[in-house]
Write a protein that binds this ligand. Structure first.
Ligand SMILES: Cc1cc2nc3c(=O)[nH]c(=O)nc-3n(C[C@H](O)[C@H](O)[C@H](O)COP(=O)(O)OP(=O)(O)OC[C@H]3O[C@@H](n4cnc5c(N)ncnc54)[C@H](O)[C@@H]3O)c2cc1C
Length: 402
């Protein structure tokens, strides 16, 4: 029996990798809920921060860019850096890409992956449909799933875990922000997700305060027409560093470990999109603090204790706190990786260490997207990272397991 390659994940990275593997003639089974992170774990009405040029899933065949989708769906073409992409359009694009290139996608969850017991290597997968199957190689493209990060100081008010109905939740738990109409909301964080969540909640009728750590942390990028002309263009703006991260991620994994992790956090880090400033300023109150010391639930509502820049301790109350505190890659949180695999995986601060072609220390086990960022750089956190990742991953896998 020919054992397929299993791709776990049907977001931008999984779909793009699957299209490349198929184009190389490999049998592939793809598991996951298509575009679910965008459909269920980002706010309705959100606009993409990435530009149209940086928002296509890389495909081995022409005719599958975001612009191609817009043309076919009769949507206004999104091409220039000033065109802003509604999340609903991007979800439609991802689902269209899936129907055309991965039509036999299996909407099931992979419950566990373990090394195969039989001779010849490979992997054994258990699916939540009750089926077990084997694969010659596995591509993990599970993106943001299960990696939401809640800082310990906020965790105390969220006994039993963050929840939209409790005092503290994580931004990934919200799709419909109209539930906060008429309520007082604190959003902790200063990245695009925090600032856009705050603006959308304010537009829905909430009284919103953003609590950000550090001075001057709430900031917005320059519009395309104010970007410096003498620097090279990249999908993220004009800068030499951004150009290098976007087009040459290959040497990234040879940088010192501390530098790699620092850059993943900082490059393209907390900064609101240029087009958000007008909607945000005046609608959302900003409180910049030295530190958030803790959060407690009192009478069902959260109380946030902060240290101000003047050194005072203050208590901030609200009906609810949303922690827009991002994601952290940790293979220990990828519960579908069985103990037989996790113990063999070389990791660096929780993230898998990847070699050429996105292969981990376990032959046949590949990672792409966010879990690959500490090896291939910050571009792996974004859709345009598929340009570099998918052809290389598919090329390596086909050579080693084709
Ligand atoms: C608020 C917000 C805004 C963003 N805006 C942008 C933007 O404008 N531009 C941009 O480029 N990036 C943006 N990003 C980053 C974006 O999320 C990633 O670039 C992209 O989603 C990563 O795609 P992915 O395929 O790796 O993972 P995801 O899109 O997270 O997809 C994960 C897939 O894995 C599947 N899965 C998980 N576990 C299992 C399992 N055990 N079994 C089977 N399937 C499983 C899920 O069903 C899903 O199909 C944003 C992120 C956030 C949080």
């Amino acid at each position: 029996m020919i054992r397929p390659v299993a791709v776990i994940g049907a977001g931008p990275f999984g779909l793009s990798a699957a299209a490349h593997l198929r184009a190389r003639g490999l049998p592939v089974r793809v598991f996951g809920d298509p575009m679910v992170s965008w459909r269920a774990h980002m706010p309705e009405g959100m606009l993409l921060k990435s530009t149209p040029a940086a928002s296509s899933l890389h495909c081995p065949r022409p005719g599958h860019t975001l612009a191609d989708y817009c043309a076919e769906a009769g949507i206004r073409r999104l091409v220039s850096d000033e065109d802003i992409i509604p999340v609903e359009t991007f979800i439609g694009y991802g689902e269209w890409f899936q129907r055309r290139l991965v039509p036999d996608l299996e909407r099931v969850r992979v419950d566990s992956v373990e090394p195969a017991r039989e001779a010849g290597g490979g992997f054994e997968l258990s699916l939540d449909s009750g089926e077990s199957c084997t694969a010659r190689a596995v591509v993990v493209a599970t993106g943001l799933s299960g990696l939401a990060r809640l800082p310990a100081e906020l965790g105390r008010a969220a006994a039993g875990g963050p929840a939209p109905g409790g005092p503290v939740s994580h931004s990934s738990q919200h799709h419909d922000l109209t539930r906060f109409a008429g309520k007082e909301l604190i959003v902790v964080g200063a990245g695009q997700s925090a600032l856009e969540t705050a603006a959308l909640a304010a537009e829905a009728g909430a009284r919103v305060r953003v609590v950000a750590r550090g001075r001057g942390r709430v900031a917005f990028g320059a519009p395309p027409w104010e970007q410096p002309r003498l620097r090279p263009e990249s999908p993220f703006g004009r800068a030499w560093s951004l150009w290098a991260f976007s087009h040459c991620p290959h040497p990234y994994r040879f940088l010192p470990e501390a530098t790699r992790h620092f850059l993943v956090r900082r490059v393209l880090g907390p900064l609101g999109a240029w087009w958000l400033r007008e909607r945000f300023e005046g609608a959302v109150q900003v409180t910049e603090v030295e530190r958030v010391l803790g959060a407690e639930a009192e009478d069902g509502g959260p109380v946030l204790t902060v240290r101000t820049h003047g050194g005072r301790t203050e208590r901030l109350t609200a009906d609810h706190v949303i922690a827009a505190t991002g994601y952290r890659v940790d293979v220990a949180a990828m519960d579908f990786l069985g103990p037989g695999l996790r113990t063999r995986l070389a990791v660096s601060r929780g993230a898998p260490k990847l070699g050429a072609g996105y292969v981990s220390s376990v032959p046949g086990l590949y990672f792409t997207g966010l879990p690959a960022a500490s090896s291939y750089g910050p571009v792996m956190r974004f859709v345009c990272g598929t340009d570099f990742a998918s052809p290389r991953l598919a090329g390596h896998l086909a050579a080693a397991h084709g």
